[in-house]
Design a protein around this ligand. Sequence first.
Ligand code: MEV
Length: 310
Amino acid sequence: MNSTKATAPGKIILFGEHSVVYGQPAIAVPVSQVQATCTVRENPAGDGILLIAPDIDRREYLSAAGDGDPLALAVRRTLDALGAGAPPLEITVTSTIPIACGLGSGAAISAAIIRALGAFFRHPFEPQQVSDIAFEVEKIYHGTPSGIDNTVVAFAQPIFFVKGQPIERLTVGAPLTFIIGDTGIKSPTYKVVGDLRARRSENPAVYDSTFARMGALAQEARSAIERGDAVSVGRLMGENHAILRELGISHPLLDALVGAAMDAGALGAKLSGAGWGGNMIALATPATASAIGAALTAAGAVRVIETVVR
Ligand code: MEV
């Protein structure tokens, strides 16, 4: 029986989370150590489209899933784009990306579904098409997403991203080793983005000038990454974290993990993603990576992932 499988990686944001929602540039990279996987095959029972997500104990027909259901929406939008109607299918989704932790789980699940369905119907999508369909689903997860998550997981490479503009691939002058520390605190992106939006609406000039400072950091970081200047990248990460703290996006455990990473020799550290929980990242060298990972675990990280950006 015809069966297709596709994957999509997780992601971290190196610079510019939140300010990217307001038109400032940001930098994100894929994290291939975690991934979402989707398998599509004909439904042997032949009685509709069956969605199976064993990680969350879900087994449900698409016809029973509501309009606001992100999994179902990804399937429906993709079948529409393929002009495929509603053939009897069994669609199974699994993921090793922790949910609501800033690692792009929602976008990766969508991208895996879109790619697997495209492959099943022998119509492989271009990364931009994967990103566009995933963006429709992101609007349910995030409310007002910038589009950075769906773009980085669809293209699966380092990107310099400005909302609404064509993707720019980022050249990495020398490999960068990042240690990701997970607080284990779930923090849905839409809540943090919504809270910041409400606060900004009270005082747009002040917030916009803060966002512009973050945009300038992302620009500076782009040059540092391109010329392989890890020391400058680390310094800029620290400055970005300080601004995110000012904005009330951090959390005591995120700050503790950032401090522990710096004490263990990181070149820089910051929260990554929506904040209020989720993940932080530390820039290491091959020599300091394991000490930084151990320090993060000792300081309370529930999971540590090492990833090298090239
Ligand atoms: C979430 O990964 C990044 C945010 O900037 C939201 C967005 O860009 O849509 C917090």
